[in-house]
Write a protein that binds this ligand. Structure first.
Ligand code: GLA
Length: 404
């Protein structure tokens, strides 16, 4: 009798594990890279824009640098038909979503779309509530590769249940689709979403300022530093196939070049998804240079998949961040938050950084490293020498310590 009970417990545990482990595994072993329409275009989306964005991602060199997903955010929707199937807005997307997906795929890129767990999206278009399986089938038929799934108009809904339902619906539809949760960190997805999706937003909406809060009444949007600081102690939740997502980027949207560089560096240091949010059709040379810096991207995309940590809090406005990399290298980022330029003096032998995720330690007394400046694109020193550097206001010195 006891054996039978034990066996049935074992079977039910096995079944519940299967029920939980529903997402398509292996679709985001490194943080997803791409472009999303929202930050610049909000509801002004149509198929011409999306095609032009795809073209620009190729011609600007972004595709070669690793950007893959072309994601239409909110407002692409038309109406549901009498059977409940969703259709794109016929005026804005007259060729239909399948044709748009085919075009994006023909460029060697992948196609992303947006929906919402509520009855309506944040901008008031039809959401997926009650239509999850039907929508997942539709997206699979269109050739969608990535779904961002929002959290507006969800009063009374349970986030774990709502996101799990969509995750299962995607799985059932059979097409591998990256599942990007967007409930702003309200219900701590880093604690429950690892088997549900591939990335989850950790914060409310970002905005294009370095360190500000923009109050919209019932909600706020947040500048770069506020966004990155908002959640503490969640870095251990990130890893290959399940990433903390501090939102789409604001690079190229009006901040200074220093601030854009610092923003991009921080996203790389915390292994954030690199979803650009600027108008990729009209980029300054400087913006392209930031977005396509392959050595900085390599820090973000490092296969060890460890989110970096803040090693030292603000000291005269300068913070130190560190990220262990595959093969024993480390990325170290000196961030000048202050309004003045700062001179830093680094004695590597005095810096010992332990990482409890990879269980590695940076200790230059035990290993020797070349110091490579990833924005200057040159080796500038080694860890036996003292490093002296001037960092402009709202800028960074980002180095890779290359183990010798
Ligand atoms: C929410 C999300 C944004 C964007 C808008 C669209 O605010 O957080 O990223 O998708 O909805 O309406």
């Amino acid at each position: 009798m006891k054996k039978v009970i034990l066996l049935s417990i074992a079977v039910s545990i096995a079944l519940s594990t299967v029920a939980l482990a529903q997402k398509f595994h292996g679709l985001a072993l490194t943080p997803p890279m791409g472009w999303n329409s929202w930050n610049t275009f909000a509801c002004n989306v149509d198929e011409v824009l999306i095609r032009e964005a795809a073209d620009a991602i190729v011609t600007s060199g972004m595709k070669d640098a690793g950007y893959q997903y072309v994601v239409i955010d909110d407002c692409w929707h038309g109406k549901r038909d009498s059977l409940g199937f969703i259709h794109p807005d016929p005026q804005r997307f007259p060729s239909g979503m399948k044709a748009l997906a085919d075009y994006i795929h023909s460029k060697g890129l992948k196609f992303g779309i947006y929906s919402c767990a509520g009855e309506q999206t944040c901008a008031g278009y039809p959401g997926s509530r009650g239509h999850e399986y039907q929508d997942a089938i539709t997206y699979a038929q269109w050739g969608v590769d990535y779904l961002k799934y929002d959290w507006c108009n969800t009063t009374g809904l349970n986030s774990v249940g709502a996101y799990t339902t969509m995750s299962k619906a995607l799985r059932a539809a059979g097409r591998p689709i990256v599942f990007s949760l967007c409930e702003w960190g309200d219900t701590k997805p880093w604690e429950w979403a690892k088997e549900v999706g591939h990335l989850w937003r950790t914060t409310g909406d970002i905005t294009d300022c370095f360190d500000c809060e923009v109050n919209h009444g019932s909600w706020s949007s947040w500048g770069i530093l506020r966004t990155i600081e908002m959640r503490k102690g969640i870095r251990t939740a990130a890893g290959p196939d399940h990433w903390n997502d501090p939102d789409m980027m604001e690079v190229g949207k009006g901040m200074s070049q220093n601030e854009d560089r610092a923003h991009f560096s921080l996203w790389a240091m915390v292994a954030a998804p690199l979803m650009t949010g600027n108008d990729v059709r009209k980029m300054k040379k400087e913006t392209i240079e930031i977005l396509t810096n392959k050595e900085v991207i390599a820090v973000d995309q490092d296969s060890l998949g460890v989110q970096g940590l803040k090693y030292k809090d603000d000291e005269q406005g300068v913070e130190v961040w560190a990220k262990p990399l595959q093969g024993g290298d480390w990325a170290v980022c000196f961030l000048n938050r202050s309004e003045q330029k700062r001179t830093i003096e680094v004695e590597w032998s005095k810096i010992v950084i332990g990482d409890d995720v990879s269980k590695t330690v940076l200790n230059t007394n035990e290993a020797f490293f070349m110091v490579r400046d990833l924005w200057g694109k040159k080796n500038i020193s080694d860890t036996k020498k003292k490093l002296l550097a001037v960092i402009a206001t709202h800028d960074v010195l980002l180095v890779r310590l290359m183990k010798q």
